[in-house]
Design a protein around this ligand. Sequence first.
Ligand SMILES: Cc1ncc(COP(=O)(O)O)c(C=O)c1O
Length: 373
Amino acid sequence: MKISPEILNLVPYKPGKPISETQREYGLTTVYKLASNENPLGTSPKAMAAVKLALDHQNLYPDPSHYELLQTLSKEWGFPTKQLAIGNGSDELIDLLTRIYCEPGDGVLTSVAAFNAYEVSAPANRAVIHKIPMKPGYLFDLPAVADYFLSHPEKKIRLIFVSNPNNPTGTFVPKADVESFLEKVGNRDDVMVIFDEAYNEFVRDASYASAQNYISEYKNLIVLRTFSKIYGLAGFRLGAMIAPAEVVEVYNRVRKPFNVNDLAQVAANAAVQDKEFIERSQQICWKGLDYFYKKLEELGLPYIPSQGNFVMFDTLRDAAKVNEALLRRGIIMRPLLNYGFKTHLRLSVGLEHENEAALKALAEVLKEVPLLS
Ligand SMILES: Cc1ncc(COP(=O)(O)O)c(C=O)c1O
């Protein structure tokens, strides 16, 4: 049976190495996974309590309209429910938005070293990915993205993805740049502009502004949020979209009716209201990042200050070898070769003892793996 070249050439998304696999392969009992930007505090206790109560009716299908959760999100985030939609992780939203807005051969535009899911979803939906080089400092070059879009109508670019803050670099686009970008590409009929704000809640820099602030001004602007990071629900698979009502309406026609299971809906409903847990999660992230910066400086390793719950740093060595030596010591970080970075690793903030173990192992490994000249 013939399979199209776009599908045959797909490079699957490479997730962080699971703890159980690392334990098996390296014969270890203690393994710390600091590779997938998860919440080290676990899941909000309020969400866990709500899930336990919901366990007794899992013989029933989940609510396909996500009614309760949308009501809560509407209150918490300040948008009418008709401008909100839920996905099976923001992954599903990314994939379905690509399916909705791209015909075969249409273009999807983003930056080099942007979150990899856009690049995976485009060919899976027969679209073509275009990537604009970053500015020095691993920054999204939004003026260049807008120029490329405006000067290449023949590429038929239908989606522009901006991850803000970006994974894996941790860098962000400040408010002023978001505004001038939207002035250039906003309110057009031929392109949707998608700001992926998975790390929104971890941002400390005062010059950041969520694109949510501009939703009412632009009919082609979409903002994605996730429950996998600060809300600690990565395993439940839940993402959200804030968008013009027309976009939500089309998305709800395309998605599967039961795309988000009942336990996930119940968990998210409680988690977004658990302010105490959100605040604790922010504090542990910021404290962990500051600790990483201090230790990386002591080790003489350059790093990129991050607005996410992770930091990308330069090992100045073959990162594959550093990673392998870390795995042998039970530390899982994320190699970034698929983003084109041969000497960098990404390290997610963990609990204090996990962070300390990771940096201790890193210090040892640096003595073992030679510097690249
Ligand atoms: C920028 C960005 N967007 C989206 C996601 C995916 O989130 P979800 O778990 O909701 O699919 C991630 C996960 O790492 C991410 O880094």
